[in-house]
Design a protein around this ligand. Structure first.
Ligand code: SF4
Length: 247
């Protein structure tokens, strides 16, 4: 069972990080247009689906990424979001992680009965540069959401987010480079800086993907797709550090 639920597919580009959106790229490979937004018929009700033994296909305790090929708060999805919320309310035994570059729409899109937020919902806001960090993190910090995370992908510049991290509201930060056609380079020092800002404050951080073009010590490396995660993890920019198992 994959850990992704795509109730709808397709999106509208929103900011600098969207320029080479991987979903648009993959759709082009299938002669589709990533700007066509539709409800995914077979998967829309995935959280409620059961296997032939009567168990939910999404097992209790799973962490599920929602809208990996869209944005949960996309305006074009307003008519479908209510049903999606209802399924997440019923499956309060599953953690749903909602990614968005549209935190300004969070409040108006919350369901009835939300109050201060549901324990099983995490909202992760993407911040690709300083401008979008200054725009989006204050909105996320202020939002009535129990679990808040920040994803800096593709990281396009150094970001200073210490004053936002000091709010105590952000539970996790991650970063990565850019993949697929037209990928822009990302620099090791930008990820190192985020690692330091988070680790100094005791906030979990993970640099999880070098992207296709990775600059370190002034040299640019083209990293094969299959090695990008491994290379990122080798850099050791993970907090708390991963403990090596004793043999
Ligand atoms: S918000 Fe995400 S899915 Fe939508 S265009 Fe931008 S990168 Fe692609």
């Amino acid at each position: 069972m994959k850990n992704i639920w795509n109730p709808w597919h397709g999106c509208k580009k929103k900011s600098e990080g969207c320029e080479n959106c991987y979903m648009y790229y993959l759709d082009r490979q299938r002669d589709r247009d990533g700007g066509d937004i539709y409800k995914v018929k077979g998967d829309f009700d995935l959280p409620m689906k059961r296997d032939r033994d009567g168990f939910y296909k999404i097992r209790s305790g799973s962490r599920i990424v929602v809208c990996a090929t869209s944005d949960f708060f996309l305006e074009e999805a307003d008519e479908w979001r209510g049903e999606a919320w209802e399924m997440m309310r019923q499956r309060n035994d599953v953690e749903f992680v909602l990614f968005t570059k549209r935190p300004e729409r969070i409040r108006r899109c919350l369901p009835d009965g939300w109050r201060t937020g549901w324990e099983n919902i995490t909202i992760s806001v993407t911040c690709e540069n300083q401008r979008r960090t200054d725009e989006r993190m204050p909105i996320l910090i202020d939002a009535p959401v129990v679990h808040k995370e920040v994803m800096c992908t593709p990281l396009l510049s150094e970001i200073q987010m210490g004053k936002y991290l000091d709010s105590g509201e952000i539970e996790h930060v991650s970063s990565g480079g850019e993949n697929y056609e037209g990928a822009r380079p990302t620099r090791y020092e930008w990820h190192l800086s985020l690692y330091r800002q988070c680790s100094e404050r005791g906030i979990p951080f993970e640099f999880f993907d070098t992207g296709a073009k990775f600059i370190k010590d002034g040299r640019m490396y083209s990293i094969p797709y299959s090695l990008r995660r491994e290379q990122a993890l080798k850099s050791g920019l993970v907090y708390p550090p991963i403990m090596k198992s004793k043999k």
